[in-house]
Design a binder for this molecule. Structure first.
Ligand SMILES: [Zn+2]
Length: 76
């Protein structure tokens, strides 16, 4: 009987550690995509700046939005 209680306590302890570990991994995975989203506007800006010279104001915007350049990234 006593041995059985110790076994239960050990299993319970392992289960708590596992839940804690999985929770930590989950939090890290959720934090990662947010960092990528922060970088996006800068990538968009760099791409626009690189293509600026050859794009006319009435040409489709190089960022791929489908709008005219003057209505998208060419807007002041
Ligand atoms: Zn654009």
């Amino acid at each position: 009987m006593e041995g059985m209680d110790m076994f239960d306590a050990m299993i319970e302890s392992i289960r708590e550690d596992t839940v804690r570990m999985l929770f930590t991994i989950k939090v890290r995975q959720q934090a990662a995509p947010q960092r990528q989203e922060v970088l996006k506007p800068m990538e968009h800006h760099n791409m626009t700046v690189r293509n600026k010279k050859k794009v006319g104001r009435n040409d489709p915007c190089p960022c791929g939005s489908g709008k005219k350049y003057k209505d998208c990234c060419g807007k002041n």
